[in-house]
Design a protein around this ligand. Structure first.
Ligand SMILES: NC(=O)c1ccc[n+]([C@@H]2O[C@H](COP(=O)([O-])OP(=O)(O)OC[C@H]3O[C@@H](n4cnc5c(N)ncnc54)[C@H](O)[C@@H]3O)[C@@H](O)[C@H]2O)c1
Length: 334
């Protein structure tokens, strides 16, 4: 039986996670109704504020099918993934199972319900170690770890589903998602954290934690790795634009979601110190295998065709919102 609410839902797999929850908020603000499908393996129940939560694993085909039967779902945003790169290296099976088999199970449930619109969370990891920076979407995909390979494989699978089944999929390749909801309702919070900014801020609040910089001998201006940090609120807004385009029948992409500017690890650390007024105790370690020196997006196509706008992505706003969120969260949990 279909849900009685006279609205068509946008299914958000991984909607209890960092980026997915921000996208749910953006959907809700623009008058759309998200429904979250998440196994809460890295996500947070308290981040599901803008629609119902269905707890389930994307590998559970029956559960997914029942969601499509119960709710009238017009389109899907697919965030759920095993996304820790280092873990994908030691446990490729887990990565490929969740990412590739999980996506296949989602796609089959979508086809069965005749739901054909999908926005997929890909990653700059598909580019591997690029030979040209900034990286445009037509740069070769040469991933160097199972995570990057899984994302590239899903991009290919979506192309095949497009030809075979008329699926309309838009692929968004995020660079480094960062920052937190400007209203401080949600932010970046995972039990096992691997991302630079939350780790550095956590070291401010908890002196027992050390913040490690991996590699200060890269060929970059200060020797530390340079990344393109894009505010999660800008990524969220891009998803609403992507859905509007898909609904108008637009076929295109993939699109890079990055700002076109890069910041080094040392620049991030010094901005955190500036915003917080505190110094971070830093230790240095060797480079991690497979960490490229510089990853910066060429966002020309996403700006032109998607209308992607980086209005929240100045470094001060990224660090300012992330700091305020962690400050609030630290006080709640300490
Ligand atoms: N954070 C980034 O900078 C970044 C960059 C590039 C791409 N991405 C991609 O964006 C997506 C979201 O990333 P995030 O940073 O929000 O991660 P996250 O870990 O915060 O969120 C992932 C969510 O998916 C859920 N999930 C994981 N496995 C699941 C499964 N098998 N079934 C159901 N739910 C499951 C988790 O519980 C969590 O809520 C991922 O696909 C990731 O690969 C993220």
């Amino acid at each position: 039986m279909r849900n009685s609410i006279d609205k068509r839902f946008v299914l958000v797999t991984g909607g209890a996670g960092y980026i997915g929850s921000h996208v749910c908020k953006a959907l809700s603000i623009s008058g759309l109704q998200p429904i979250v499908y998440d196994d809460l393996s890295t996500g947070n129940r308290s981040f599901v504020k803008w629609g119902p939560l269905v707890e389930g694993n994307i590998l559970d085909r029956d559960r997914l099918r029942s969601v499509f039967e119960e709710y009238q779902i017009s389109s899907v945003f697919h965030f759920a993934a095993a996304s820790i790169v280092s873990r994908s290296v030691v446990s490729p099976n887990e990565c490929f199972l969740t990412n590739i088999a999980g996506t296949l199970s989602l796609l089959d449930a979508m086809l069965q319900a005749n739901c054909l619109d999908l926005v997929f969370s890909s990653s700059c990891a598909v580019y591997g170690i690029p030979s040209v920076v900034p990286i445009s979407e037509d740069a070769p995909r040469v991933p160097i770890n199972p995570y990057g390979h899984s994302k590239a494989a899903i991009e290919d699978i979506l192309n095949f589903y497009r030809s075979a089944h008329g699926m309309r999929a838009m692929v968004l390749r995020y660079f480094n998602a960062a920052g937190a909801d400007p209203d401080c309702e949600i932010g970046e919070l995972r039990a096992v954290e691997t991302h630079l900014i939350p780790l550095a801020i956590a070291a401010l609040f908890d002196p027992t934690r050390k913040f490690t910089i991996y590699g200060d001998d890269y060929e970059t201006p200060d020797g530390t790795a340079v990344r393109d940090y894009v505010h999660v609120a800008d990524i969220a807004a891009a998803h609403v634009l992507a859905l509007q385009l898909l609904r108008q029948g637009f076929v295109g992409g993939p699109f890079n979601l990055g700002t076109g500017a890069g910041y080094s690890v040392k620049e991030i650390v010094s901005m955190i110190s500036e915003v917080s007024g505190k110094k971070i105790a830093v230790t240095f370690s060797d480079r991690r295998v497979g960490d490229p020196p510089v990853l910066i997006a060429d966002p020309t196509n996403s700006r032109k065709s998607l209308g992607f706008n980086c209005s929240h992505s100045s470094l001060s706003e990224i660090i300012g919102t992330a700091f305020r969120w962690h400050q609030k969260n630290f006080h709640v949990h300490s």
